[in-house]
Design a protein around this ligand. Structure first.
Ligand SMILES: [Mg+2]
Length: 167
């Protein structure tokens, strides 16, 4: 299991892994960040590729739930409805509360859950704190809140040594 701000896995995007990879690694469920993980921040709608990816997970028997720090319940609920999965909003990541609520929604032991997100200090650090395995992906959009940009700066200062594959 990853520790601190170190993820167990890294991918370019959620669509770069599927239910087969998840099950081969012992995962039966995923807790998914929303902004810049499932949807671009500015246009909060999942792409056709992400919709297809979600369908593949379901066909492969992998459960999914959104765990978002967003304070816009309508926005989160709309994305969750499109992706046909439950959601936790105002999750308070990196604190454990939101991840524990997500685990309850998935009804799985934490060893069988992968936390997926684009931010080290909320998604990865929080998933590790919640004693789940973690996966860092590259953010969908560069159009982010100033606060997020500040976090990215901290990540670089923290010596983030992450190489993402180009398309
Ligand atoms: Mg995010």
């Amino acid at each position: 299991m990853g520790r601190g701000i170190k993820p167990d896995f890294q991918f370019r995007a959620v669509t770069d892994f599927d239910s087969v990879w998840l099950r081969n690694n012992g995962f039966k469920g995923v807790l998914l960040d929303m902004d810049n993980t499932l949807t671009p921040w500015k246009t909060p709608a999942p792409s056709a590729a992400v919709l297809a990816w979600r369908k593949e997970l379901r066909a492969g028997g992998v459960k999914a739930c959104i765990v978002s720090n967003s304070r816009q319940p309508v926005k989160v609920a709309r994305v969750a409805a499109e992706l046909e999965m439950p959601y936790i909003h105002r999750a308070g990541k990196p604190r454990r509360r939101g991840f524990d609520a997500g685990q309850e929604a998935l009804e799985l032991p934490r060893e069988e859950i992968l936390v997926v997100g684009d931010q080290i200090f909320t998604d990865v650090a929080g998933g590790n704190l919640a004693r789940m395995r973690t996966c860092l992906i590259c953010p969908i959009s560069r159009q982010e809140f100033l606060g997020t940009k500040f976090l990215r700066l901290l990540e670089r200062l923290a010596g983030r040594a992450v190489r993402f594959q180009a398309d």
